[in-house]
Design a protein around this ligand. Structure first.
Ligand SMILES: NC(=O)c1ccc[n+]([C@@H]2O[C@H](COP(=O)([O-])OP(=O)(O)OC[C@H]3O[C@@H](n4cnc5c(N)ncnc54)[C@H](O)[C@@H]3O)[C@@H](O)[C@H]2O)c1
Length: 287
């Protein structure tokens, strides 16, 4: 096991737990930089479809010129459990936004890889200290909030917890350099900076549609045309995944008590109906 992550991605080994929207997106970024990725998902269907989904994202990222065509790719190994992964220089946890599940996975990962390997959580909303408290090596835990899609957006939010060691931050920074990402270090707390700001806005955009004040299309048009948003809050909601958005809002509401984070009824109805956004083919828009 390496206890150092070098600036060069060549030979680097990364374990990513969770092969959903973000696991696939981060795996795409990593293999495109020559990193060997072990991708773990406990849902057999998600694991079985992961290689094709990564290959699809690599094609899309190449078309978008986000990754270089013909550059050496890292190997991708997909497994159903950590046992099949082997050693790693860093681990990224990207499972469903449920605190207890994340703590269970981080504990398991910590015993599998040891205390010196950075345990990076990609949580959108759960404080890093809360997750680290349940793990045998809290000094190895830190948050890196990759944005979606990770291969297209070069800036990430980096969140050391109060017990995260300087060595962990240094190794994670080297990993980000090898992935060509720039980390902005922020303080710990529900939603950090980006989700605290964006999820409140998206939730209010859903409420506007629910009240009948404007359609989803018109809310997005106004936010794009007037306020220069790239795609608008409701297309962003569909890209994130409405199920993940509702989970994150529920966590933000539970941790802060702020009404603005209480998940909008329309959002909850869409999630219950299986309309999860892009990943299910329908959300506020149809794909
Ligand atoms: N979707 C986004 O735009 C976005 C952006 C930044 C951060 N995040 C965060 O990234 C994380 C993942 O989000 P997502 O959108 O990819 O979710 P998702 O629902 O698309 O995927 C989650 C995956 O985790 C798997 N999983 C659940 N429990 C597991 C376990 N115990 N072991 C292995 N695999 C397990 C599920 O089978 C699923 O494939 C969440 O913490 C989310 O808040 C999401």
């Amino acid at each position: 096991m390496n206890d150092h992550v070098s600036q060069s991605a060549g030979g680097m080994r990364l374990i990513i737990v969770g092969a959903g929207v973000m696991g696939i997106s981060i795996a795409t970024l990593a293999v495109s930089r020559g990193v060997r990725v072990s991708l773990v998902d406990n849902d057999p269907d998600k694991a079985a479809s992961a290689p094709d989904r990564v290959a699809g994202e690599v094609r899309l990222a190449t078309l978008l010129k986000a990754i270089t065509a013909g550059a050496p790719r890292g190997e991708l190994v997909v497994t159903g459990s950590l046992a099949g992964c082997g050693p790693a220089d860093a681990v990224i946890e990207a499972i469903t936004e449920v605190a207890d599940d994340k703590i269970r996975v981080l504990k398991e990962v910590s015993s599998a890889v040891g205390g010196h390997v950075p345990l990076i959580t990609n949580t959108s909303s759960i404080p890093v200290d809360e997750l680290a408290a349940g793990v045998p090596h809290p000094e190895a835990v830190l948050g890196i909030h990759f944005m979606n899609p990770a291969y297209l957006i070069p800036t990430v939010e980096m969140i050391p917890g109060s017990r995260t060691s300087a060595g962990t931050v240094q190794r994670a920074t080297a990993l980000l350099a090898a992935l060509g990402r720039t980390g902005v270090v922020v303080g710990d707390g529900p939603g950090f900076v980006t989700s605290r700001l964006s999820h409140r806005l998206i939730n209010d955009a859903v409420r506007i549609v629910e009240e009948g004040r404007a359609t989803a299309e018109d809310v997005d048009l106004l936010m794009q045309g007037c306020l220069r948003h790239a795609v608008g809050p409701l297309r962003t909601a569909d890209l994130i995944g409405l199920d993940n958005l509702a989970d994150s809002l529920a966590i933000l509401f539970a941790r802060t008590g702020e009404e603005s984070f209480r998940p909008a009824e329309l959002l909850l109805r869409k999630v219950a109906a299986g309309d999860h956004g892009r990943k299910s083919g329908r959300g506020f828009y149809t794909y």
